[in-house]
Design a protein around this ligand. Sequence first.
Ligand SMILES: [Zn+2]
Length: 495
Amino acid sequence: MIRKIFSLLVFLSLLLTTMAQNADQVFKAAGSPVNPKVPISWNRYNDHAGITDICRKIAKAHPDLAKLESIGKSYEGRDIWVLTVTDFKSGSPDQKPGMYIDGNIHSNEVQGAEFALYTAWYLTETFHDTRFIKELLADKVFYIVPSINPDGRDSYFHAPNTGSSPRSGVIPVDNDRDGLVDEDGYDDLDGDNEILMMRRKNPRGRYRVDPTDPRRMIQVGVDEVGEYELLGLEGKDNDGDGLVNEDGYTFQYDPNRDWGWGWQPNYIQGGAYKYPFSLPENRAVMEFVMKHPNIAAAQSYHNAGGMILRGPGDPTDQVTYNPADVRVYDAIAQKGEELIPGYKYLVVHKDLYPAYGGELDWFYGGRGVYTYSNELWTPFLFFNKPATRGAQDESSFLFDRWLLFKDAFVDWHEFDHPQYGKIEIGGFKKNFGRAHPGFLLESDAHRNMSFTIYHAYHTPKLVIDSLQETNLGGGLKKNHGYRFEYTFNAYPFEP
Ligand SMILES: [Zn+2]
């Protein structure tokens, strides 16, 4: 018994020493909280339970700066969390201009949640030491929703996927209208929770192995002899029709085509699903935003490509984005390009593709809120120079080899395929290509946060400097003679 108690004490003391750092032993790095109340490692990803845990810890450790509430439930019943971050002692949040931030609307675009959480963590942990943050939270409120698609997020982490699947949430959809749902999507043949590539030895194949890196397949020239054929992503013929993966991945509706501005049905905008806000997660966000007319700025986080995007996504919309507002968009985004190396400011429909019923357009068109969508992660960050992002591109392999020590790649290994016979399976894991590698996650989260802070700072500064009231009797009062200031302040660090 005594030995048991003793070992329990040893265990507890070990637990305590690993939880908090000794303040005397740490030296403050510039711009980061030196000994945060909530220690979090920003070099990994959190599933919904992990996000819930971090949100609760932040709200508990900083009761005067952060409050946690659920704005609704996902399709599968997960809470959609919002952290309201402001200096609650300096006035009601509803009276302050609001900056709304969300991430992860696309299931596989996961780091937006960490970037959003980092923002909540940073604001609360630096509030007492950083004058600028203190003044910011006196004047503004941040509404931070780490994941507006928690079902899709958990599915991405815990079910077999590529880096690009699933895009939507998890509502079953019969894509090919044969009455069956997901009857022939991808299959995790070797059971490693990844959907990788399949290749088969074939002298007439169009690929050979890169002599400098045997993991990489390169295409042969027209007159050259190949070694391998690529058979696509991991899968088999489940419905006996002789085709493999012909349904692609299931759940092909797109949560970012479901918003009530410029919405178009599925035959015009693939992925539109049923009607605007037919997805419970988006509806919860819409209702939250409608209840908070003080929201004046917004940010949604996607991946990938290193972009700061504004609308319109709707190419036919010539009127919503008026020239005066576009100048504001341009000015804030240009600062963003400076703050986040490798990121380019672009317009969705002009520089990417048409996107009807997107979140950006609803926030701006429906609510008049300046909104950006950042496509997080760019291969520029491999070696801090321009690079391409194709999975077979050399830069991916070099980065993985020299900086990740080949952790991001599953080596080719043999598999007996029911239709193809002897094949090999291998390729980059789902955590590489679109998501940040661990050691670059905190850095880019910080830079993107600094862009949202710049944006939030430039919401109007509201001042009521005098208010006169006359009592009219019978419980009636007349307000008059008040002056209402609506100004944009210069950012403190600008000349
Ligand atoms: Zn996206």
